[in-house]
Design a protein around this ligand. Structure first.
Ligand code: S3P
Length: 174
């Protein structure tokens, strides 16, 4: 059985969807931001502000590598930026894992983020909409490169997205 890895931009629902998929499959959910916070005892924002983005990215890469190396099949909600690093991309494409890209338009993400608690998203402190649009343009090809499946989440209920992922897993690991 393979890990199920959810990738995609911030606010595409990786953690929410991942929790429901993990519960349905009776697997652990590993959220890479939460792993980083648990290991360091600090929030993503604190790490980012005190040590800088490169330090955060190293912790993020370690969390992803450990999650993928774990023998128990799990559901991994990978933070939005994991695809920026070529080493992470190689791990994702080489791992025993089904990688699912939760894709959304920038307008959907902007709307969702208005209501969100952004303690772990320092990149969006200024011009959230412009930043999201730029990030989406820069990263879309990277998400495409690592993923086995793409699910469009625009306008869709969480339960429908979860059902799509469970269908994928059922086909791959019946
Ligand atoms: C980031 C995404 C965030 C968090 C950090 C940077 C990114 O995680 O790791 O703010 O670069 O896309 P989520 O995708 O879980 O929001």
């Amino acid at each position: 059985m393979s890990h199920v890895v959810l990738v995609g931009m911030m606010a595409t629902g990786k953690t929410t969807v991942g929790r429901l998929v993990a519960d349905a499959l009776r697997r652990p959910l590993v959220d890479s931001d939460q792993q980083v916070e648990a290991r360091t005892g600090r929030t993503v924002r604190e790490i980012w502000e005190r040590d800088g983005e490169p330090a955060f990215r190293r912790l993020e890469a370690d969390a992803l590598a450990d999650a993928l190396a774990a023998p128990t099949p799990s559901v991994i909600a990978a933070a939005g930026g994991v695809v920026l690093d070529p080493g992470n991309r190689a791990l994702l494409t080489g791992a025993e894992a089904r990688v699912v890209w939760l894709r959304a338009d920038t307008a959907t993400l902007t709307e969702r983020l208005r209501a969100a608690d952004d303690v772990h998203r320092p990149l969006l402190d200024t011009d959230a909409e412009g930043t999201l649009g730029r990030m989406h343009r820069e990263r879309a090809r990277l998400y495409a490169e690592v993923s086995d499946h793409v699910i469009d989440v625009d306008g869709r209920a969480v339960d429908d997205v979860v059902a799509d992922i469970l269908d994928i897993v059922e086909v791959v690991d019946p």
